[in-house]
Design a protein around this ligand. Structure first.
Ligand code: FPP
Length: 255
């Protein structure tokens, strides 16, 4: 709906997920299809990131996690890694004011220590500056791998046990979840992957246990508000059972 040049946000179909995570895939194929260098695909991918963050905030999503750089992505050619790092730094520099103005809290998961200083320092500063924001949480997964995160959480528990601060009985689901970095985020309701691939690629393996999965053929640089809203509408139409039965009355009738 456009009135006097200002786009009016239409409410997405309820129920809205509390936490959406996205595997942003297909930048390279988007570029290849156009005879462009992969770097151009990533640059357009970064523009899609800006769009989706803005859309999420306008739609009222409480939390959005983006798989921006995996622990495995370090194995890509040096020039491509360097380009992705520059895009990340540019994202933080360019979006800082708007994220703060819109009440968005920025958090990160992954091995931040492995990022170059010119990315790590402004990211850490924005995490601190935005810590009190409550309108939405944007979580960037950087040098992230779910197996790595689970291993680190297990190691943290073992360290506490060895120091005598934890008994084996204290190692509960809650205790492990609290050490994953996503512990302070709402439960993951919806996981989207673009580009037609149907796998999790070491992303949020624990958190996705009961998430609804949505796979779209759209390549990440083409991901727009309409694609996002279609995924949210698909989520809204799902029946979530969490291992239980659909309807207690039906369950009773069946014994
Ligand atoms: C997958 O495309 C995408 C990535 C490996 C990185 C995601 C990065 C961005 C979207 C841009 C920078 C991020 C931010 C937050 C500014 P691919 O290269 O694997 O595509 P392909 O499978 O088609 O080759």
């Amino acid at each position: 709906v456009v009135s006097s040049g200002v786009e009016v946000t239409m409410p997405a179909v309820p129920p809205l997920p509390r936490h959406v995570a996205i595997i942003m895939d297909g930048n390279g194929r988007w570029a290849a299809e156009r005879g462009l260098p992969r770097a151009e695909g990533h640059r357009r991918g970064a523009e899609a990131v800006r769009r989706v963050v803005r859309a999420a905030r306008e739609l009222g999503l409480p939390a959005l996690t983006l798989y921006a750089f995996s622990a495995q992505n370090w194995g890509r050619p040096r020039g491509e890694v360097a380009h992705l790092m520059r895009l990340l730094a540019a994202f933080v520099a360019d979006e800082r004011a708007e994220l703060l103005a819109r009440g968005i809290r920025l958090v990160t998961i992954g091995d931040l220590g492995s990022l170059p200083r010119f990315v790590r320092a402004p990211l850490a500063a924005l995490e601190v500056a935005s810590a009190g924001n409550r309108a939405m949480t944007l979580c960037l997964a950087l040098s992230y791998g779910a197996r790595e995160a689970l291993t680190a959480a297990a190691r943290a528990l073992a360290t506490e046990a060895a120091a005598g601060r934890l008994r084996p009985g204290d190692v509960t689901e809650q205790a492990l979840a609290a050490r994953l970095g996503t512990g302070a985020l709402p439960p993951l309701d919806l996981l989207i992957r673009t580009s037609g691939e149907q796998r999790l690629s070491n992303f949020l393996l624990w958190e996705a246990a009961y998430a609804e999965l949505c796979f779209t053929p759209v390549l990440w640089p083409d991901f727009d508000r309409a694609t996002f809203e279609a995924a949210l509408a698909s989520y809204a139409g799902r029946e979530r059972r969490f291992g239980l039965l659909a309807d207690p009355r039906v369950a009773g009738a069946r014994g």
